[in-house]
Ligand binder design. Structure first.
Ligand code: CP
Length: 312
């Protein structure tokens, strides 16, 4: 397909056919990742800068691995090891990196809109790897890809997000993709961690976990985003866990064969019981594997240009 996007900033920029194209491309790279030699030469000569101004394990390593498996050169920069610590601005850092002539910059940043800002000053592709409370589009794509490999479509499926909805870029992007794919989305949290307005998200709001779990096909547990909260939103992690930690009894209220997801990093015993995290219903490590395939697909689609899609 002709790809119209230079940047990946938010999940809402994609049409449904573009999301399906990403998934079908990711499926090809899933196969590449199962080979003995997990490398194809499709991005030879391309370079990708991974600029992570916030901590990350999964997103950073999977973009790095994705680039390398496509034969691109990848270069990593973190805020603590960069000249941001000496007072250089985000814009000047980005222009400095651009002067080295990479083909794309993958950015994680604590400020909502940081990736959008970079895309406005750079003439190369910018990929949003998570910006503040705003968006985490590649997480939404990999979560939906994970479920799409298990399910025959999203129509009639019910997906529940449990946790810190108010501060979660994962929830914001995930709710958007799943509702657009045709699923019914619910969110459950203490009232102080839900949106003020019931119409703020295309999702039904719950603050009772038992009712929220009733009949759902997948439950996505979210980490409490303590780094983004002002104080006083709930009494403490112990009280939170007593009311919102997902356990086996909750899963038994869900639909038969319901799946459990978590974008990570996970706080076992706070938002999810350890037993459930390691259970047969958990697809948490599948999400990680999907992350590599989906990010390979995105780098390939953005950077391979007119190279043939048939054989990889
Ligand atoms: N899901 C996610 O973004 O994890 P990391 O913070 O480890 O990248």
């Amino acid at each position: 397909m002709r790809w119209p996007h230079k940047h990946i900033l938010d999940i809402d920029q994609f049409s449904l056919s573009e999301i399906r194209h990403i998934f079908s491309t990711a499926e090809k790279f899933w196969e590449v990742n199962s080979r003995q030699v997990k490398k194809v030469p499709v991005l030879k000569g391309k370079s990708v800068v991974l600029f992570f101004a916030e901590p990350s394990t999964r997103t950073k390593i999977s973009f790095d691995m994705a680039g390398k498996r496509l034969s691109a050169d990848t270069f990593s920069l973190s805020s603590s090891s960069s000249s941001l610590t000496k007072g250089e601005s985000l814009g000047d850092t980005a222009l400095t990196l651009r002067a080295m002539n990479p083909d794309a910059i993958v950015l994680r940043h604590s400020q909502s809109g940081a990736a959008q800002y970079l895309s406005s000053i750079l003439d190369i592709s910018v990929i949003n790897a998570g910006d503040g409370w705003h968006a985490h589009p590649t997480q939404a794509l990999l979560d939906a890809f994970t479920l799409s490999r298990r399910w025959n479509g999203f129509k009639d499926k019910k997906i529940l997000y449990v946790g810190d909805i108010a501060h979660s870029r994962v929830a914001r992007s995930g709710i958007s993709i799943f509702s657009r794919l045709g699923a019914e989305v619910r969110v459950c949290a203490p009232r102080t961690l839900l949106p003020y307005s019931p119409s703020a998200l295309p999702a039904a709001l719950y603050s009772d976990l038992e009712s929220a779990c009733s009949g759902v096909d997948a439950i996505v547990c979210l980490r409490m985003q303590l780094e983004r909260q002002t104080s006083g939103l709930f009494p403490g992690l112990r009280e939170y866990a007593a009311n919102f930690r997902l356990n086996r009894e909750h899963l038994e209220l869900a639909a038969p064969k319901a799946l459990v997801l978590h974008p990570g990093p996970m706080n076992r015993g706070v938002e999810i019981d350890s037993e459930l995290a390691d259970s047969g219903e958990s697809v948490i490590l599948d999400q990680v594997a999907s992350g590599v395939a989906v990010r390979m697909a995105l780098l390939y689609i953005l950077l391979a240009g007119s190279k043939p899609e048939g054989t990889l």
